[in-house]
Design a protein around this ligand. Structure first.
Ligand code: NAP
Length: 361
Protein backbone atom coordinates (compact mmCIF):
# COMPACT_ATOMS: atom_id res chain seq x y z
CA UNK A 1 0.00 0.00 0.00
CA UNK A 2 2.99 2.32 0.10
CA UNK A 3 3.67 2.66 -3.62
CA UNK A 4 0.26 3.57 -4.94
CA UNK A 5 1.64 5.99 -7.49
CA UNK A 6 3.42 4.26 -10.33
CA UNK A 7 6.20 6.17 -12.04
CA UNK A 8 6.71 3.99 -15.13
CA UNK A 9 6.58 5.94 -18.41
CA UNK A 10 3.27 5.64 -20.15
CA UNK A 11 3.35 4.62 -23.79
CA UNK A 12 0.96 6.46 -26.07
CA UNK A 13 -2.35 4.73 -26.54
CA UNK A 14 -3.41 3.79 -30.07
CA UNK A 15 -6.98 5.07 -30.44
CA UNK A 16 -7.64 2.80 -33.42
CA UNK A 17 -7.45 -0.22 -31.11
CA UNK A 18 -10.65 -1.28 -29.27
CA UNK A 19 -11.27 -0.21 -25.67
CA UNK A 20 -13.07 -2.31 -23.08
CA UNK A 21 -15.82 -0.93 -20.84
CA UNK A 22 -16.98 -3.34 -18.11
CA UNK A 23 -20.53 -2.79 -16.81
CA UNK A 24 -21.36 -0.94 -20.03
CA UNK A 25 -25.10 -1.04 -19.22
CA UNK A 26 -24.56 1.18 -16.14
CA UNK A 27 -25.52 4.80 -15.50
CA UNK A 28 -21.94 6.11 -15.36
CA UNK A 29 -20.71 3.80 -18.14
CA UNK A 30 -23.45 4.97 -20.52
CA UNK A 31 -21.99 8.45 -20.81
CA UNK A 32 -18.45 7.05 -21.10
CA UNK A 33 -19.52 4.74 -23.95
CA UNK A 34 -21.17 7.75 -25.64
CA UNK A 35 -17.96 9.77 -25.38
CA UNK A 36 -15.85 6.92 -26.79
CA UNK A 37 -18.27 6.30 -29.67
CA UNK A 38 -18.45 10.02 -30.45
CA UNK A 39 -14.65 9.98 -30.68
CA UNK A 40 -15.00 7.26 -33.33
CA UNK A 41 -13.58 4.47 -31.20
CA UNK A 42 -14.45 0.77 -31.12
CA UNK A 43 -16.02 -0.08 -27.79
CA UNK A 44 -16.00 -3.61 -26.42
CA UNK A 45 -19.01 -3.52 -24.12
CA UNK A 46 -18.83 -6.23 -21.44
CA UNK A 47 -22.32 -6.85 -20.10
CA UNK A 48 -23.94 -9.58 -18.03
CA UNK A 49 -26.59 -10.36 -20.59
CA UNK A 50 -26.22 -9.00 -24.15
CA UNK A 51 -29.65 -10.44 -24.97
CA UNK A 52 -31.48 -8.13 -22.55
CA UNK A 53 -32.57 -5.55 -25.13
CA UNK A 54 -33.92 -3.08 -22.55
CA UNK A 55 -30.44 -2.89 -20.98
CA UNK A 56 -28.59 -2.10 -24.20
CA UNK A 57 -31.15 -0.27 -26.37
CA UNK A 58 -29.69 3.14 -25.45
CA UNK A 59 -26.18 1.94 -26.37
CA UNK A 60 -27.44 0.72 -29.74
CA UNK A 61 -28.97 4.13 -30.36
CA UNK A 62 -25.76 5.94 -29.37
CA UNK A 63 -23.69 3.74 -31.68
CA UNK A 64 -26.07 4.33 -34.58
CA UNK A 65 -25.72 8.11 -34.13
CA UNK A 66 -21.92 8.11 -33.79
CA UNK A 67 -18.74 7.49 -35.79
CA UNK A 68 -17.79 4.62 -33.48
CA UNK A 69 -18.59 0.93 -33.28
CA UNK A 70 -19.86 -1.17 -30.39
CA UNK A 71 -19.48 -4.92 -29.85
CA UNK A 72 -21.04 -6.81 -26.96
CA UNK A 73 -19.43 -9.52 -24.86
CA UNK A 74 -21.03 -11.65 -22.17
CA UNK A 75 -19.07 -11.24 -18.94
CA UNK A 76 -19.78 -11.53 -15.23
CA UNK A 77 -17.58 -10.19 -12.43
CA UNK A 78 -17.85 -13.50 -10.58
CA UNK A 79 -17.14 -15.65 -13.61
CA UNK A 80 -13.35 -16.00 -13.85
CA UNK A 81 -11.96 -15.58 -17.34
CA UNK A 82 -15.21 -14.14 -18.70
CA UNK A 83 -13.49 -10.86 -19.69
CA UNK A 84 -10.75 -12.53 -21.78
CA UNK A 85 -12.48 -12.32 -25.13
CA UNK A 86 -13.77 -8.79 -24.52
CA UNK A 87 -10.26 -7.56 -23.64
CA UNK A 88 -8.50 -9.04 -26.67
CA UNK A 89 -6.45 -6.36 -28.56
CA UNK A 90 -7.51 -3.60 -26.14
CA UNK A 91 -4.87 -1.14 -24.92
CA UNK A 92 -7.25 0.56 -22.48
CA UNK A 93 -9.60 -1.11 -20.00
CA UNK A 94 -12.28 0.92 -18.20
CA UNK A 95 -13.48 -1.11 -15.23
CA UNK A 96 -16.75 0.48 -14.09
CA UNK A 97 -18.81 -2.61 -13.14
CA UNK A 98 -19.62 -2.93 -9.44
CA UNK A 99 -22.93 -3.06 -7.58
CA UNK A 100 -24.09 0.37 -6.33
CA UNK A 101 -27.29 -0.26 -4.43
CA UNK A 102 -28.77 0.00 -0.96
CA UNK A 103 -31.02 -2.99 -1.75
CA UNK A 104 -28.84 -5.88 -0.62
CA UNK A 105 -29.57 -8.87 1.61
CA UNK A 106 -26.10 -10.20 2.30
CA UNK A 107 -23.41 -7.47 2.12
CA UNK A 108 -20.59 -9.97 1.60
CA UNK A 109 -22.29 -11.80 -1.25
CA UNK A 110 -24.14 -8.89 -2.84
CA UNK A 111 -21.58 -6.06 -2.52
CA UNK A 112 -18.10 -7.10 -1.38
CA UNK A 113 -17.62 -10.25 -3.51
CA UNK A 114 -18.61 -8.75 -6.88
CA UNK A 115 -16.59 -5.58 -6.15
CA UNK A 116 -13.39 -7.26 -4.93
CA UNK A 117 -13.37 -10.58 -6.80
CA UNK A 118 -14.62 -8.73 -9.88
CA UNK A 119 -11.72 -6.26 -9.74
CA UNK A 120 -9.31 -9.16 -9.33
CA UNK A 121 -10.91 -11.01 -12.24
CA UNK A 122 -10.72 -8.00 -14.60
CA UNK A 123 -7.22 -6.87 -13.59
CA UNK A 124 -5.72 -10.37 -13.69
CA UNK A 125 -7.15 -10.69 -17.19
CA UNK A 126 -5.41 -7.38 -18.03
CA UNK A 127 -2.09 -8.88 -16.92
CA UNK A 128 -2.74 -11.91 -19.12
CA UNK A 129 -3.61 -9.73 -22.15
CA UNK A 130 -0.35 -8.37 -23.66
CA UNK A 131 -2.05 -5.45 -25.50
CA UNK A 132 -3.26 -3.74 -22.28
CA UNK A 133 -1.28 -0.61 -21.35
CA UNK A 134 -3.62 1.27 -19.04
CA UNK A 135 -6.49 0.35 -16.71
CA UNK A 136 -8.91 3.00 -15.44
CA UNK A 137 -10.94 1.78 -12.47
CA UNK A 138 -14.11 3.53 -11.35
CA UNK A 139 -13.52 3.72 -7.64
CA UNK A 140 -15.38 6.22 -5.46
CA UNK A 141 -15.03 8.87 -2.81
CA UNK A 142 -16.50 6.03 -0.73
CA UNK A 143 -12.99 4.53 -0.80
CA UNK A 144 -11.76 7.76 0.82
CA UNK A 145 -14.38 8.39 3.52
CA UNK A 146 -17.50 6.85 5.05
CA UNK A 147 -19.26 9.74 6.80
CA UNK A 148 -19.17 13.51 6.42
CA UNK A 149 -17.66 13.62 9.90
CA UNK A 150 -14.51 11.98 8.43
CA UNK A 151 -13.78 15.18 6.43
CA UNK A 152 -12.92 17.24 9.51
CA UNK A 153 -10.72 14.37 10.79
CA UNK A 154 -8.68 14.26 7.55
CA UNK A 155 -5.32 16.10 7.48
CA UNK A 156 -6.10 19.81 6.95
CA UNK A 157 -9.81 19.13 7.54
CA UNK A 158 -10.42 18.16 3.90
CA UNK A 159 -10.48 14.91 1.90
CA UNK A 160 -7.61 14.48 -0.56
CA UNK A 161 -6.31 11.61 -2.68
CA UNK A 162 -3.95 10.69 0.19
CA UNK A 163 -6.85 9.72 2.46
CA UNK A 164 -8.24 6.18 2.70
CA UNK A 165 -11.52 5.03 4.19
CA UNK A 166 -10.79 3.39 7.55
CA UNK A 167 -14.26 3.56 9.12
CA UNK A 168 -16.57 1.42 6.96
CA UNK A 169 -17.06 -2.30 7.59
CA UNK A 170 -19.19 -5.26 6.61
CA UNK A 171 -21.77 -4.05 9.12
CA UNK A 172 -21.55 -0.28 8.66
CA UNK A 173 -21.81 1.25 5.16
CA UNK A 174 -20.80 -1.99 3.39
CA UNK A 175 -20.97 -0.33 -0.06
CA UNK A 176 -18.18 2.04 1.03
CA UNK A 177 -16.31 -0.96 2.41
CA UNK A 178 -16.70 -2.78 -0.94
CA UNK A 179 -15.26 0.18 -2.84
CA UNK A 180 -12.36 0.54 -0.39
CA UNK A 181 -11.41 -3.14 -0.58
CA UNK A 182 -11.82 -3.20 -4.37
CA UNK A 183 -9.60 -0.15 -4.90
CA UNK A 184 -6.93 -1.56 -2.58
CA UNK A 185 -7.04 -4.82 -4.51
CA UNK A 186 -6.61 -2.83 -7.75
CA UNK A 187 -3.50 -1.00 -6.48
CA UNK A 188 -2.00 -4.23 -5.12
CA UNK A 189 -2.43 -5.92 -8.51
CA UNK A 190 -1.07 -2.84 -10.32
CA UNK A 191 2.02 -2.86 -8.10
CA UNK A 192 2.66 -6.54 -8.77
CA UNK A 193 3.37 -6.05 -12.51
CA UNK A 194 4.89 -3.54 -14.97
CA UNK A 195 2.81 -4.06 -18.12
CA UNK A 196 -0.05 -1.61 -17.47
CA UNK A 197 -0.55 1.36 -15.23
CA UNK A 198 -3.57 2.08 -13.09
CA UNK A 199 -5.58 5.26 -12.71
CA UNK A 200 -8.59 5.46 -10.39
CA UNK A 201 -11.46 7.86 -10.79
CA UNK A 202 -13.05 8.53 -7.40
CA UNK A 203 -16.41 10.24 -7.90
CA UNK A 204 -18.62 11.56 -5.11
CA UNK A 205 -22.39 11.08 -5.56
CA UNK A 206 -23.05 11.13 -9.28
CA UNK A 207 -26.10 13.03 -10.53
CA UNK A 208 -27.13 14.11 -14.01
CA UNK A 209 -29.37 12.79 -16.78
CA UNK A 210 -29.50 9.00 -17.09
CA UNK A 211 -29.26 7.68 -20.67
CA UNK A 212 -31.32 4.59 -19.78
CA UNK A 213 -33.88 5.94 -17.27
CA UNK A 214 -36.33 3.04 -17.57
CA UNK A 215 -33.84 0.34 -16.52
CA UNK A 216 -31.61 2.24 -14.15
CA UNK A 217 -30.27 0.33 -11.14
CA UNK A 218 -27.86 2.93 -9.75
CA UNK A 219 -28.47 4.25 -6.25
CA UNK A 220 -27.97 7.74 -7.78
CA UNK A 221 -31.26 7.27 -9.57
CA UNK A 222 -33.14 6.24 -6.39
CA UNK A 223 -31.85 9.32 -4.57
CA UNK A 224 -32.84 11.57 -7.46
CA UNK A 225 -36.35 10.10 -7.50
CA UNK A 226 -36.67 10.55 -3.72
CA UNK A 227 -36.22 14.30 -4.18
CA UNK A 228 -39.11 14.69 -6.58
CA UNK A 229 -41.62 11.84 -6.17
CA UNK A 230 -43.20 13.17 -2.97
CA UNK A 231 -40.95 11.26 -0.53
CA UNK A 232 -39.26 14.55 0.43
CA UNK A 233 -42.27 16.89 0.35
CA UNK A 234 -42.02 17.58 4.12
CA UNK A 235 -38.34 18.46 3.70
CA UNK A 236 -34.98 16.75 3.27
CA UNK A 237 -32.06 16.22 5.64
CA UNK A 238 -28.90 18.26 5.25
CA UNK A 239 -26.68 15.20 4.83
CA UNK A 240 -23.20 16.46 3.94
CA UNK A 241 -22.00 15.04 0.62
CA UNK A 242 -20.15 15.77 -2.58
CA UNK A 243 -21.88 15.75 -5.96
CA UNK A 244 -20.63 15.56 -9.54
CA UNK A 245 -22.29 15.44 -12.95
CA UNK A 246 -22.32 12.07 -14.74
CA UNK A 247 -21.13 13.76 -17.97
CA UNK A 248 -18.10 15.20 -16.15
CA UNK A 249 -17.37 11.76 -14.64
CA UNK A 250 -17.36 10.27 -18.15
CA UNK A 251 -14.97 12.98 -19.36
CA UNK A 252 -12.73 12.27 -16.35
CA UNK A 253 -12.51 8.59 -17.32
CA UNK A 254 -11.68 9.52 -20.91
CA UNK A 255 -8.96 12.00 -19.92
CA UNK A 256 -7.53 9.52 -17.40
CA UNK A 257 -7.12 6.99 -20.18
CA UNK A 258 -5.65 9.25 -22.82
CA UNK A 259 -3.56 11.76 -20.85
CA UNK A 260 -0.10 10.13 -20.97
CA UNK A 261 1.14 11.39 -17.58
CA UNK A 262 -2.11 10.86 -15.65
CA UNK A 263 -1.31 9.04 -12.42
CA UNK A 264 -2.79 7.80 -9.16
CA UNK A 265 -6.22 8.54 -7.78
CA UNK A 266 -8.45 11.41 -8.87
CA UNK A 267 -11.14 12.83 -6.61
CA UNK A 268 -13.94 13.58 -9.09
CA UNK A 269 -16.32 15.80 -7.17
CA UNK A 270 -17.65 19.17 -8.25
CA UNK A 271 -19.61 20.50 -5.27
CA UNK A 272 -19.24 20.29 -1.50
CA UNK A 273 -22.95 20.24 -0.68
CA UNK A 274 -25.75 18.35 1.12
CA UNK A 275 -28.86 16.35 0.20
CA UNK A 276 -31.34 19.19 0.94
CA UNK A 277 -29.37 21.52 -1.33
CA UNK A 278 -29.85 19.15 -4.29
CA UNK A 279 -33.60 19.72 -4.07
CA UNK A 280 -33.29 23.41 -3.23
CA UNK A 281 -31.55 24.29 -6.52
CA UNK A 282 -34.55 22.79 -8.36
CA UNK A 283 -37.12 25.00 -6.64
CA UNK A 284 -37.01 28.09 -8.91
CA UNK A 285 -37.80 26.07 -12.04
CA UNK A 286 -39.84 23.15 -10.71
CA UNK A 287 -40.98 24.06 -7.17
CA UNK A 288 -44.51 25.09 -8.13
CA UNK A 289 -45.31 21.84 -9.95
CA UNK A 290 -43.41 19.07 -8.14
CA UNK A 291 -43.29 18.03 -4.45
CA UNK A 292 -39.66 19.02 -3.91
CA UNK A 293 -38.21 19.56 -0.42
CA UNK A 294 -38.68 23.21 0.57
CA UNK A 295 -36.99 23.14 3.97
CA UNK A 296 -34.29 21.18 5.76
CA UNK A 297 -35.59 18.58 8.21
CA UNK A 298 -34.55 18.99 11.85
CA UNK A 299 -32.08 16.42 13.13
CA UNK A 300 -34.28 15.30 16.06
CA UNK A 301 -37.09 14.39 13.65
CA UNK A 302 -34.81 12.43 11.30
CA UNK A 303 -33.39 10.61 14.34
CA UNK A 304 -36.94 9.43 15.22
CA UNK A 305 -38.45 8.66 11.80
CA UNK A 306 -35.32 8.02 9.69
CA UNK A 307 -34.59 4.48 10.90
CA UNK A 308 -38.26 3.51 10.30
CA UNK A 309 -38.27 4.84 6.71
CA UNK A 310 -34.94 3.61 5.40
CA UNK A 311 -32.64 0.96 6.86
CA UNK A 312 -29.59 3.01 5.75
CA UNK A 313 -30.72 5.93 7.94
CA UNK A 314 -29.40 4.51 11.20
CA UNK A 315 -28.87 6.75 14.23
CA UNK A 316 -25.10 6.44 13.76
CA UNK A 317 -25.34 7.46 10.11
CA UNK A 318 -27.54 10.47 10.95
CA UNK A 319 -25.21 11.55 13.77
CA UNK A 320 -22.15 11.29 11.51
CA UNK A 321 -23.60 12.99 8.43
CA UNK A 322 -26.49 15.30 9.20
CA UNK A 323 -25.75 19.03 9.43
CA UNK A 324 -22.07 18.21 8.94
CA UNK A 325 -20.02 19.92 6.25
CA UNK A 326 -18.55 17.70 3.50
CA UNK A 327 -15.26 18.91 2.05
CA UNK A 328 -13.02 17.45 -0.63
CA UNK A 329 -10.13 18.96 -2.59
CA UNK A 330 -10.81 18.55 -6.33
CA UNK A 331 -7.76 20.47 -7.58
CA UNK A 332 -5.71 17.45 -8.76
CA UNK A 333 -8.14 16.44 -11.50
CA UNK A 334 -8.59 20.04 -12.63
CA UNK A 335 -4.83 20.65 -12.81
CA UNK A 336 -3.69 17.32 -14.25
CA UNK A 337 -6.62 16.21 -16.44
CA UNK A 338 -8.10 19.64 -17.27
CA UNK A 339 -11.55 18.70 -16.00
CA UNK A 340 -14.04 21.53 -15.43
CA UNK A 341 -17.30 20.88 -13.62
CA UNK A 342 -20.87 21.82 -14.49
CA UNK A 343 -22.85 23.98 -12.04
CA UNK A 344 -25.07 22.05 -9.60
CA UNK A 345 -28.23 23.72 -10.90
CA UNK A 346 -27.57 22.51 -14.45
CA UNK A 347 -26.85 18.97 -13.25
CA UNK A 348 -29.98 18.75 -11.15
CA UNK A 349 -32.31 20.42 -13.66
CA UNK A 350 -31.11 18.16 -16.49
CA UNK A 351 -31.60 15.13 -14.22
CA UNK A 352 -35.14 16.01 -13.18
CA UNK A 353 -36.14 16.89 -16.73
CA UNK A 354 -35.36 13.31 -17.82
CA UNK A 355 -37.66 11.92 -15.10
CA UNK A 356 -40.41 14.30 -16.22
CA UNK A 357 -39.95 13.62 -19.96
CA UNK A 358 -39.97 9.86 -19.36
CA UNK A 359 -43.06 10.17 -17.09
CA UNK A 360 -41.14 8.55 -14.22
CA UNK A 361 -42.46 11.21 -11.79
P1 NAP B 1 -25.20 1.06 -12.13
O1 NAP B 1 -25.94 1.84 -13.14
O2 NAP B 1 -26.01 0.17 -11.25
O3 NAP B 1 -24.06 0.24 -12.84
C1 NAP B 1 -23.44 -0.86 -12.26
C2 NAP B 1 -22.94 -1.74 -13.37
O4 NAP B 1 -22.25 -2.86 -12.79
C3 NAP B 1 -24.05 -2.30 -14.24
O5 NAP B 1 -23.64 -2.27 -15.57
C4 NAP B 1 -24.18 -3.73 -13.74
O6 NAP B 1 -24.62 -4.64 -14.75
C5 NAP B 1 -22.72 -4.03 -13.41
N1 NAP B 1 -22.64 -5.18 -12.53
C6 NAP B 1 -23.10 -5.33 -11.26
N2 NAP B 1 -22.84 -6.55 -10.81
C7 NAP B 1 -22.21 -7.22 -11.81
C8 NAP B 1 -21.70 -8.53 -11.98
N3 NAP B 1 -21.78 -9.45 -11.01
N4 NAP B 1 -21.09 -8.84 -13.16
C9 NAP B 1 -21.01 -7.95 -14.17
N5 NAP B 1 -21.48 -6.69 -14.07
C10 NAP B 1 -22.08 -6.33 -12.91
O7 NAP B 1 -24.39 2.03 -11.15
P2 NAP B 1 -23.43 3.28 -11.47
O8 NAP B 1 -23.85 4.35 -10.55
O9 NAP B 1 -23.34 3.53 -12.89
O10 NAP B 1 -22.05 2.69 -10.94
C11 NAP B 1 -20.97 2.41 -11.82
C12 NAP B 1 -19.68 2.49 -11.07
O11 NAP B 1 -19.52 3.82 -10.55
C13 NAP B 1 -19.59 1.55 -9.87
O12 NAP B 1 -18.26 1.07 -9.79
C14 NAP B 1 -19.88 2.48 -8.69
O13 NAP B 1 -19.33 1.99 -7.50
C15 NAP B 1 -19.18 3.74 -9.18
N6 NAP B 1 -19.61 4.97 -8.53
C16 NAP B 1 -20.91 5.39 -8.67
C17 NAP B 1 -21.29 6.58 -8.05
C18 NAP B 1 -22.69 7.10 -8.16
O14 NAP B 1 -23.05 8.01 -7.42
N7 NAP B 1 -23.50 6.58 -9.08
C19 NAP B 1 -20.37 7.31 -7.29
C20 NAP B 1 -19.06 6.84 -7.18
C21 NAP B 1 -18.69 5.68 -7.81
P3 NAP B 1 -26.18 -4.97 -14.96
O15 NAP B 1 -26.73 -3.85 -15.83
O16 NAP B 1 -26.17 -6.28 -15.65
O17 NAP B 1 -26.82 -5.00 -13.61
Amino acid sequence: MSTYYKTTDMKNIDKTKPVLVTGATGYVAGWLVKKLLDEGMTVHAAVRNPNKKNKIAHLEELAAQSKGTIKYFKSDLLDEGSYTEAMKDCEVVFHTASPFTSKYKDPQKDLIDPAVKGTQNVLETASATPSVKRVVVTSSCAAIYTDAVDCAKAPGGILTEEVWNTTSSLNYQPYSYSKTLAEKKAWDLADSQKQWDLITINPSLVMGPPLNPKSNTSESFSLLKQLADGTSKMGAPKLGMGVVDVRDVAEAHYQAAFTPDAKGRYITSAHNTNFFELGKVLLPKYGAKYPLPKKPLPKWLVMIVGPMLNKALTKKFIRNNMDIEWKADNSKIQNELGITFRPLKETMEDSLQVLIDQKII
